[in-house]
Design a protein around this ligand. Structure first.
Ligand code: ADP
Ligand code: MG
Length: 262
């Protein structure tokens, strides 16, 4: 099992979109992929055709002491989805306190699923610093930082680097961080300039392509599916496939490890 944690310092950059579509790409390449939602917005499932009124997920299962197998859904493109679940405010706080007390909660829960070495878990997180991002980084073999080609994303990079430094980097089975630039509009001069700066700063940690801005992305979500499924011939779908292949080579280059806990 390899765990890829998708993070970003800022919200609305496309973390959930990228997590869902990369899960889709890897699954269509024949890998077993588990897409796990650690964001109380519970939005990852929406890309996979899981009915809107479904309330089950890992938050409820954890609080109720139920096995995660009972909240695994078969999503589009063959991805197995573990939604966050819908919880009332009190339960959300209890769940967060539980995760806060035990940062290894995710790593240990994933170990309990006894996945095989080639299986890939893609974890979606809320923006910035939270108990969710901490436990997801504590379980990560690879962190994927989604950024926009704008000044705010650029300025926020050190904040996420500090979290990765604190929670993931000290572990021998953490292979490193990769960057992907989303929602790129090449017709804007500022975008081109910021891309240049990002490439200089991040070097080969950055996916060499970009994910273009594409209205198909929001149309796909409106149809409860991934862009890969909805419009496989679009530019952004081609970008996501290239990014998925880059991610898969990074993941496959890591030494296999049976245990994520330091
Ligand atoms: N490549 C893209 N092209 C166009 N719209 C995008 C793209 N990526 C994300 N979006 C849109 O941006 C918004 C935020 O995306 P989301 O994945 O929810 O971000 P996050 O999880 O970082 O908050 C959504 O409306 C989504 O449809
Ligand atoms: Mg999100």
């Amino acid at each position: 099992m390899k765990v890829v944690t998708v993070v970003s310092a800022k919200g609305g950059v496309g973390k959930t979109t990228i997590a869902a579509n990369l899960a889709s790409v890897l699954a269509t390449r024949g890998r077993r992929v588990i897409a796990l939602d650690l964001d109380p917005q519970n939005a990852l499932r929406l890309h996979f055709g899981i009915p809107l009124d479904t309330i089950d997920g890992i938050s409820r299962a954890t609080l109720g002491g139920d096995p995660w197998q009972s909240v695994m859904f078969d999503g589009v493109d063959g991805v197995t989805v573990l939604p966050y679940g819908a919880v009332v405010e009190d339960d959300r706080r209890r769940f967060e306190a539980h995760v806060d007390r035990d940062p290894q909660w995710l790593a240990q829960s994933l170990e309990g699923l006894a996945l095989s070495a080639s299986d890939i878990v893609i974890v979606d997180t809320p923006p910035g610093s939270s108990v969710y991002t901490r436990t997801a980084l504590c379980a990560a073999n690879f962190a994927l930082n989604v950024v926009l080609a704008d000044a705010a994303s650029y300025a926020a990079i050190p904040q996420m680097e500090r979290m990765i430094e604190a929670y993931a980097a000290p572990r021998a089975n953490f292979a490193g961080v990769g960057y992907v630039v989303n929602q790129v509009d090449q017709s804007r001069q500022l975008t081109k300039d910021v891309l240049k700066v990002l490439r200089n700063m991040l070097g080969n940690k950055m996916f060499s392509g970009v994910i273009h801005a594409d209205e198909g992305v929001s149309e796909a979500l409106a149809c409860d599916t991934t862009l890969i499924h909805y419009d496989s011939l679009s530019q952004a779908a081609a970008d996501l496939r290239a990014c998925g292949d880059w991610l898969m080579s990074a993941v496959d280059a890591m030494p296999a490890s049976s245990r994520n806990v330091a």
